[in-house]
Design a protein around this ligand. Structure first.
Ligand code: SF4
Ligand code: SF4
Ligand code: SF4
Length: 256
């Protein structure tokens, strides 16, 4: 079997997804028997311009340079993976899209002097708005088992088997008491895609939705529950849905 040539590329994101890739310490030697890392600036000095079998693209698009790079990558890659929530749904950086310039000016003393502001579109956009994306690997960051699933499936020529059901399913499998129905706390589990193993509710914290919307998320119904059952204001519900996937069409209305 010839080795799978891969690239790991960063756009506007925090590098956490790349770090998760590097967290595959135990699996790495086995992985290198089947995978050739052609491009990964964070991990190696010599990098190659492709073509690649798979490009893992972390981060969203916020500058013209990133947009050009993304289009080039698309041409040079057989499979393009939107690697993490920033790439698939804008994630936390996309909150910028709703912030009026006056707010930024109050936070940063010399806002116009910030280099990234000068070259940026002033808007954060997920990859699928510009190019065809083959695999949406959700999570902030996607846990390493999901990265391995993508690599293994591509090596044997099948589609990655990523969970489409909600975090609630994993929460129930962990036999947790429901924080939403029993404690009236605003948990995003019912509309969030599984994959994390419901780690937050399992330690008594509500899910904040960091794996993005599940396939048939019923956002209006959960937003109603947040207001009627948990006593949240409309504004707080909007913030909740904006946090990780406000640009996704499944949350668009609730995210304002
Ligand atoms: S998805 Fe999360 S971990 Fe990955 S780059 Fe974006 S903010 Fe960082
Ligand atoms: S605690 Fe949250 S994730 Fe768990 S079952 Fe209740 S709503 Fe779903
Ligand atoms: S429980 Fe929710 S917030 Fe916590 S890791 Fe899973 S998807 Fe993210």
């Amino acid at each position: 079997m010839s080795k799978l040539k891969i690239a790991v590329v960063k756009m506007t994101g925090c590098a956490g997804c790349q770090m998760e890739f590097l967290r595959m310490e135990e699996e790495f030697l086995g992985l290198l028997e089947n995978v050739e890392i052609s491009y990964f600036v964070m991990a190696k000095r010599e990098n190659h311009e492709g073509p690649y079998d798979v490009a893992f693209v972390e981060g969203s698009v916020s500058t013209p340079r990133e947009l050009n790079e993304l289009r080039e990558l698309r041409k040079r890659s057989t499979t393009l993976v939107a690697f993490g929530d920033c790439a698939s749904s804008g994630c936390v950086p996309s909150i910028l899209n709703w912030i009026p310039p006056a707010v930024s000016a109050r936070v940063y003393e010399n806002f116009p002097l910030i280099h990234s502001k000068k070259e940026s579109f002033q808007r954060v956009t997920p990859l699928r708005d510009f190019v065809e994306v083959d695999v949406e690997l959700r999570g902030c960051p996607p846990r390493k088992e999901l990265i391995l699933e993508v690599l293994k499936s591509l090596l044997i020529g099948r589609k990655p088997c990523l969970k489409k059901y909600s975090v609630c399913m994993e929460c129930k499998m962990n036999e947790n008491v429901c924080l939403l129905t029993s404690e009236k706390r605003p948990c995003m589990g019912p509309v969030t895609q599984a994959g994390c193993g419901a780690i937050c509710p399992t330690v008594g914290r509500v899910c904040e939705g960091c794996y993005g919307p599940m396939s048939d998320a019923n956002a209006p119904s959960l937003a109603k529950e947040f207001m009627e059952l948990c006593g949240m204001s409309e504004d707080d519900v909007v913030q909740k849905f904006r946090k990780y996937a406000g640009l996704d069409s499944k949350f668009e209305r609730e995210a304002g």
